[in-house]
Design a protein. Sequence first.
Length: 354
Amino acid sequence: MRIERLKNELREREADGYLVTNVNNVYYFTGFMDISAATLNLIIPQNGGAVLLTQPLSYKAAVEKAANCAVKEVPFGEKMVDRLIWEVRSLGLKHLEFDSIPIAIFLKLVEGLGEVKFKPNQDLIWDLRRVKSNEEIEFLRKASELADIGVEAGIEAVKPGVREYEIAAEAEYAMRVHGSEGVAFETIVASGPRSAHPHGVCSRRVVHEGDFIIVDLGAIYSGYRSDLTRTVVVGRPSKRQSQIVNLVLEAQREALQRIRAGLKAKEADSVARDVLASGGYDKYFLHGLGHGVGLDIHEPPTLSSGSDDVLEEGNVVTVEPGIYIDGFGGVRIEDTVLVHKYGVERLTHASYYL
């Protein structure tokens, strides 16, 4: 059980409790998913049962869905932080670690619980979440299937005269009607010179013949997210466009062949970077090769030149080399993959198009 695993870690750290405030982390431990802006406090003492504090808007849903904890309502008129202080005192906690707390709330907790030692430790939960269970993998597999549907619909909508946001709308609609709970992140559709912006969120720009079009999107299934990018050319690609696309494809292909459990994440990044360097384009690769995916769109491990992570069986990561040239355009090709002992399994399967 996830809460017991956390408690075991707390014993080793000589902490007597952990405070979870991140909505996704609360879901991870209890099975209760609230809206992203919800105020939730899950107190997990090393000894004893966990307590989930909710506001009235969330209380009934939490009672129905939350497992492995006692759900308590903080009524209107009572401040959540005041109830939190009371609960921590009643549990007798003296060393409380936590995932994330807004600074204003943290200062009130310190003022109200001067005898309690507080310590941020988000890594403790990341370490638990980075290796996915079989159930989580199935959720991620379904989210990836929905992303495939979305990118196919988005690419189908590409033609001269449409606007970037229209392409995004078609992609998002397709994912929604097939069961996505929302978008995993703000959908990126970047065309022409804007495709040189790695995070080129949708604009009103009109698509033209000869444009590169980057479509980067993800779906959500049972809280878990996917990440998928494809690049196309409107009409017939130029010689240089074909060269760049093929080089990025080769970089991804080489990285996918090397990735497996036990590989240093920075080595995976280096494989792709070396391929791009062979064509003289490594300086246009402006980000790391990839990142973990799960309840959040960016999770450990990180596949980059500065990463200290080592890949493990059960990691779900993106592999997304890219080339971005100001004034010309850019290419990114990305898939979500599951790391196995001796290789990877692609969870996204959309066509490469070029």
